[in-house]
Design a protein around this ligand. Structure first.
Ligand SMILES: [Zn+2]
Length: 500
């Protein structure tokens, strides 16, 4: 089974912010989970480096665009390891191999007869690097995303005959109701499609900073087509001497934010069809992270949550956990440092961290660290029945928040079990030794399975815990409870989430 997940490639002119971190973290959760299940996984992220905004910024700073792109790409390349993202490759759209393959694919679109030369005139947002169609323009001729006033542009371009894909795209949506997820985004894309697809420009004439159009080198390709194709081109050269295209194409999941829905759910499948390539299986569109006041984050409102500050105060694992837990994946949600603090204390430190600490401490104190080799308590075993399958099926739909909630209910269950069974009382009476063995073995085994289930969300702390439990394997066959937990010797564990 192969599984190919992507983030959007991030525009190099931006500073890495919470939105970038969010998409990367969720893609990483899915990639790690599928590796646990033994899938052949490829996880791609990278940077989008062409287009007018980069050329303009470089000119303002007196630099060549490539110099600016090289400098800014480094910040995004550094972001992935800071988030513990396990991406298999980092693509840059200025890679020679990418550019060559973009030309190859779009030449095929041209040879197949889906391009023509014409005059484009329309309302253009320089920040989106995109023309806007009438029905999406805000009052006062403003960009629906950036809210800045649009510019009237007209130029001679190569066009992509998108309108000829009206029926094929409608058929794609009819045949595959999970092509775009969640449902609300599917509906939004479909209503855009049903309003009638118009041809779109494929090239820019005046601009030099881009991939040259091979059949008309005075033009470069419109940056969006250059960017979208990264998902396909990367497979051709990500591993030296190996072409991974047959192994991983089409992509299983493109994870994107809703601001780039139209490009991924309409233009992208059409251009792939025009080049005789398979379209991706799913595009998952997540919502916006809003400030704690429920408004769009902005420096002037002082409601920005900086991922690097969260990492500094609470650690990367807390950032990963918090974002997936606090905002239901797919919807919009408010986030803020106070809420991070609350989740950290109440859930990571008091519930999960404490369960781990006291389970290991009791096994050390009452059994010299040896996990008793006895039958587990059926009351707890039954609460874990089918959990691994439920989590897997939720993650098959990219529902990272609901899957985490399923796991967390068992973290709470185990804490209640500690209170109910009161091992410290059992330890006082010799007659209760068998019962104490059972409780300790059950807790050790449940804690181990929980760590395996939580591994995709918090890879480092779960690996620490698994090694303290002398059960280092994180494969998904270990996500359910074994019949007995015995034969291992645990070792002391520092608090996983110390009080801040
Ligand atoms: Zn815009």
């Amino acid at each position: 089974m192969s599984f190919y997940v992507t983030t959007p490639i991030y525009y190099v002119n931006a500073q890495p912010h919470l939105g970038h971190a969010y998409t990367t973290i969720v893609a990483d959760v899915l990639a790690r989970h599928m590796r646990q299940r033994g899938a052949d996984v490829f996880f791609l992220t990278g940077t989008d480096e062409h287009g007018e905004p980069v050329a303009d910024a470089a000119r303002d700073q007196g630099l060549e665009p490539q110099v600016l792109a090289d400098r800014n790409a480094e910040r995004f390349k550094a972001l992935a390891p800071q988030l513990e993202a396990s991406n298999d490759f980092f693509i840059r759209t200025t890679d020679d191999e990418h550019m060559r393959r973009v030309q190859e694919v779009l030449q095929r679109v041209h040879d197949n007869g889906y391009t023509y030369k014409g005059i484009y005139e329309g309302w253009y947002c320089p920040r989106c690097a995109d023309f806007k169609v009438e029905n999406e323009i805000l009052e006062g001729n403003r960009c629906p995303i950036h809210e800045i006033v649009l510019e009237r542009h007209s130029e001679e371009n190569w066009f992509f005959a998108l309108s000829r894909f009206q029926e094929s795209i409608q058929r794609l949506y009819a045949d595959r109701p999970d092509f775009v997820m969640p449902q609300a985004r599917y509906n939004e894309a479909l209503s855009f499609i049903n309003s009638g697809l118009e041809d779109i420009s494929l090239s820019r004439h005046r601009l030099k900073w881009g991939v040259p159009v091979p059949w008309d080198p005075d033009h470069v390709f419109y940056v969006w087509f250059d960017a979208l194709l990264n998902y396909y081109t990367a497979l051709g050269y990500a591993r030296e001497g190996e072409d991974l295209t047959d192994r991983f194409w089409p992509a299983t999941y493109h994870i994107i934010g809703k601001d780039i829905l139209k490009f991924h759910t309409v233009f992208w499948p059409a251009i792939l069809m025009a080049a005789d390539l398979a379209v991706p299986e799913h595009v998952f569109v997540h919502g916006f992270l809003l400030g704690s006041d429920g408004r769009k984050m902005s420096k002037s409102l002082g409601n920005v949550l900086d991922p690097f500050e969260v990492i500094e105060r609470f650690g990367t694992e807390a950032l990963r956990f918090y974002l997936v837990r606090d905002v239901s994946f797919g919807g919009d949600g408010s986030v803020g440092m106070d809420a991070v603090h609350v989740r950290y204390e109440s859930e990571l430190a008091n519930e999960y961290g404490n369960l781990a600490s006291r389970t290991i401490a009791m096994i050390l104190r009452y059994r010299d660290g040896a996990v008793p080799d006895v039958e587990l308590d059926p009351a707890v075993v039954s609460d874990f029945d089918g959990l691994d399958e439920r989590v897997a099926s939720l993650l098959d739909r990219a529902d990272v928040t609901a899957a985490l909630e399923q796991i967390w209910q068992r973290v709470r269950r185990c804490n209640r079990y500690v209170e109910e069974s009161a091992p410290w009382q059992l330890a006082r009476e010799d007659g209760d030794a068998a019962r104490l063995d059972c409780v300790l073995a059950t807790l050790a085994e449940a804690l181990r399975a929980l760590a395996v289930l939580l591994y995709p969300y918090m890879p480092t702390s779960t690996e620490t815990l698994l090694s303290a439990l002398a059960a280092p394997g994180w494969g998904y066959d270990g996500a359910s409870l074994a019949s007995s937990g015995g034969g291992r010797t645990v070792s002391a564990l520092e608090p996983l989430f110390p009080k801040r």
